[in-house]
Design a protein around this ligand. Structure first.
Ligand code: S3P
Length: 432
């Protein structure tokens, strides 16, 4: 499907975000291996989280979905059943990497695969620690899916993460539930900590000491009644669009504000975005609040703060839309230390450079980032998304301020994280 967009006068109104994708995956997986029945409200509508639910169903987990509420009858820590088909993680790196940690603790053989994008993403980063723990794992061509996993009782490990990845950290922590003794993971660069928070909430024993996170084995995880906050990474597209388009003003209620994710908000405020947070509350140790954003003319006078080091890891999912912001800010934007972008749903460094150039911005590709000149008048173009949801949504934002028509190809990929994105966007547009 092609979405055609033109420049607009402004954005106005309120946007309700789907449930946070990262949190929904974790709640569903932990509910599946807990004792009792969990009720998860405002569960993500994203296609990725439905891949997780369908894998769990294939592993014998009983669940009901009613609107945005998912009720999951837990099977207990070792209660998953051998699937009679290949598990399909679709486009979802979080599904394949986190679920592999749980499958490694089960004494049956299972295979897990995904779509053409996921089938080309590296899995060595989880295969290596899981093998050290005693699981047998085979892959295609070195470290690509499908993965064939035969698990059982695992050995504890002390593992220093070689890449800043919440998925790898989470995979090892989940496998640690099945160890003989305490497993520990060291992360030098902090990444999102939803797994640690959710494990505690379900009754796991987690200790944090410096950079090390320890998880005790064999907990009795208990079912929970939880509500997922709105997805901050989905909010990012609207925050950037409203900041850049004159006379815009948007409300985004009940958005997740986890400490490791809200770096986005600090960054935008530092960049000059007129953004306020109201009514912040915490539920199950995940905070949420209402965001209010307005057109921010200050942005056009400044160079955006460089994105590098630990900040590149914190903002990894928002770099696509921040690159669009960079092309409009007075002095542009330089991104470094973001090599991980090359192994996301697409090679995002290359996809960003190609599409920015198509819109008239001479972006320069670096091995680990981009140099984006600022203050460019965008021109409408054909956007090749490569089926990557965040590329599609980032360039939808760019299209709203471009001269001439923009055609976003394979636009249905937005459903991977944000079903209803195109309708939500059209609802708040005041046409030129
Ligand atoms: C995620 C972790 C990040 C992020 C992805 C979701 C998670 O991936 O890019 O969208 O839910 O743990 P990496 O762990 O590969 O950095």
């Amino acid at each position: 499907m092609i979405q055609t967009l033109n420049s607009i006068a402004s954005l106005s109104g309120s946007v309700t975000l789907p449930g946070d994708k990262s949190i929904s995956h974790r709640y569903a997986m932990l509910a599946a291996i807990a004792e009792g029945t969990s009720v998860l409200r405002h569960f993500a509508s994203s296609r990725d989280c439905h891949s997780t639910l369908s894998c769990l169903r294939s592993l014998g987990v009983d669940m009901q979905e009613s609107g945005e509420t998912v009720t999951i009858r837990g099977c207990g820590l070792r209660g998953l059943q051998a699937p009679n088909r290949i598990l399909d993680a679709g486009n979802s790196g979080t599904t394949i990497r986190l679920l592999s940690g749980i499958l490694a603790g089960h004494p049956f053989e299972s295979s897990i695969t995904g779509d053409s994008s996921l089938s080309n993403r590296p899995m060595g980063r989880i295969m290596q620690p899981l093998r050290q723990m005693g699981a047998a794992i085979e892959s295609r061509e070195g470290d690509l899916p499908p993965l064939k996993i035969r698990g059982g009782s695992l050995r504890e490990i002390r593992y220093s993460l070689p890449v800043a990845s919440a998925q790898v950290k989470s995979c090892v922590l989940l496998a640690g539930l099945y160890g003989k003794d305490t497993t520990a993971v060291e992360e030098i660069i902090p990444t999102r900590d939803h797994t640690e928070i959710a494990l505690k909430q379900f009754g796991g024993t987690i200790r944090i000491s410096g950079n090390w996170i320890e998880i005790d084995p064999e907990p009795k995880l208990q079912a929970q009644q939880l509500a997922v906050p709105g997805d901050l990474s989905g909010a990012a597209f609207f925050l950037v669009a409203a900041a850049l388009i004159p006379n815009s003003e948007l409300e985004l209620p009940a958005v997740g504000l986890n400490g490791r994710r809200r770096e986005l908000l600090h960054y935008l405020i530092r960049a000059g975005v007129d953004l306020t947070i109201e009514n912040e509350i915490s539920f199950a140790d995940e905070s949420r609040g209402d965001l209010h954003v307005r057109f921010s003319p200050e942005l056009f006078k400044r160079k955006l703060p460089a994105i590098e080091g630990a900040e590149a890891a914190s903002l990894i999912d928002e770099i696509p839309v921040l690159s669009v912001l960079g092309s409009q800010a007075g002095g542009g934007l330089e991104i470094s230390d973001a090599r991980e972008l090359r192994v996301k749903e697409s090679d995002r460094i290359s996809a960003l450079a190609t599409n920015l150039r198509a819109m008239g911005v001479d972006a320069v590709e670096k091995p680990d980032g981009l140099i984006i000149p600022g203050g460019r008048r965008l021109r409408g173009a054909d956007i090749i998304t490569q089926g990557d949801h965040r590329i599609a949504m980032a360039f939808a934002v760019a299209a709203l301020m471009a001269q001439g028509e923009t055609r976003i190809h394979d636009a249905e990929c937005a459903d991977v994280s944000f079903p209803g994105f195109w309708d939500a966007l059209r609802k708040i547009i005041l046409p030129a």
